[in-house]
Design a protein around this ligand. Structure first.
Ligand SMILES: C[S@@+](CC[C@H](N)C(=O)[O-])C[C@H]1O[C@@H](n2cnc3c(N)ncnc32)[C@H](O)[C@@H]1O
Length: 322
């Protein structure tokens, strides 16, 4: 965790604009990471504003406690800022524990940070051949990718690759891995990469590997489950007029966000009350989802796949439908 560069925030101005920050408001950054979005939110808050920064990763939590290399004080030195060491699936419970019943805005910038992908020992990236596979955001819980590859049934591996990597050859990939591990334990990114490439077919190797690694990461970190829980809780925690702003990076995430904001459930079905009001806690902000422009994309390749969606807490519905 020694490097100065941790993560460059994506669509920063668009997120601030979407949050429509009130100087005395209460805000939640569900994905603190390097704190780029959080620092910008604090920059718009007055002395009575509050910001809660959530992260489940120890490196991100430690960083919030340290000044930056250029001498900028630590985020935690700001009395308006409070750090929450948790999975954002627990957002509501932690906020209520801190006496907060309603908030003006919630930001979630999903997935992993550049720090995760740049640090070989986190075992997320396929470019470090010798790196031991891990891929947990919270290394204090659960088990990592090595254990998963050693112990998971071939059937379950195939399901994970199909569901979270949208890999058509998922059964072939799972078979190849099962055969390989019967000969030698699968420990490094290089080993996984070599075996995975057998089933890549005509697909560009880097794109294929990205999906294989992504599938394992999403499964191990229970990313889809946590996202669903956080979205549902946002409906309860936002005050009327409060804003949910979500940056997603792949279609599985975006589908959940889109369906929840537009319909109030994850299947994308419409429900109405007796008066015809849509039974959903949020109303989508009109217009298309937003993406980064060419100049941000060339400066920050991570921005290329980002989609920004915004929902505003409405007055009507008290419940959501599954
Ligand atoms: C894309 S980065 C956020 C970067 C941040 N916006 C910035 O400006 O530096 C995502 C961060 O969210 C954290 N994260 C992802 N899923 C989480 C979850 N379910 N609960 C808590 N933190 C999570 C990751 O550990 C990572 O630090």
């Amino acid at each position: 965790m020694s490097k100065a560069f941790y993560h460059q925030p994506v669509l920063l101005e668009a997120c601030l604009e979407a949050l429509q920050i009130k100087v005395d408001g209460i805000y939640v950054d569900c994905t603190l990471g390097g704190g780029g979005h959080s620092r910008a939110i604090l920059g718009r808050l007055g002395p009575k504003g509050r910001l809660f920064g959530i992260d489940q990763d120890e490196d991100a939590l430690q960083r919030a406690n340290k000044p930056l290399d250029d001498g900028t004080p630590a985020l935690c030195a700001d009395p308006r800022f409070e750090l929450i060491d948790a999975n954002f699936a627990q957002m509501q419970r932690f906020l209520q524990w801190k006496g907060v019943q309603g908030v003006h805005g919630i930001l979630a910038d999903l997935g992993v940070s550049s720090h995760h992908l740049d640090e070989a020992d986190r075992g997320f990236a396929f470019r470090f051949d010798e790196a031991l596979l891990d891929m947990r955001m919270d290394r204090r819980t659960g088990f990592g990718a090595r254990e998963w590859l050693a112990e998971t049934s071939e059937e379950e591996m195939a399901t994970v690759f199909y569901r979270f990597g949208e890999i058509r050859q998922s059964r072939r990939l799972a078979r190849d891995l099962a055969v390989a591990r019967s000969e030698r334990a699968l420990e490094t990114a290089g080993q996984l990469k070599k075996i995975a490439l057998h089933s890549a077919g005509q697909e560009k190797p880097s794109r294929y590997l990205a999906r294989v690694f992504q599938a394992i990461r999403i499964h191990l970190n229970r990313e889809m489950e946590s996202l669903q829980e956080m979205l549902e809780q946002s409906g309860s925690m936002l005050i009327a007029g409060g804003r949910l702003v979500v940056l997603s990076y792949h279609s599985l995430e975006d589908r959940l966000v889109k369906n929840f904001i537009n319909h109030g459930n994850f299947e994308g079905k419409d429900y109405h009350d007796l008066y015809g009001n849509a039974l959903r806690p949020l109303d989508p902000v009109k217009g298309r989802w937003k993406q980064a422009d060419a100049s941000e994309n060339s400066e920050n390749p991570r921005a290329r796949s980002a989609k920004l969606r915004v929902g505003i807490r409405n007055q009507f519905s008290l419940s959501t439908h599954r």
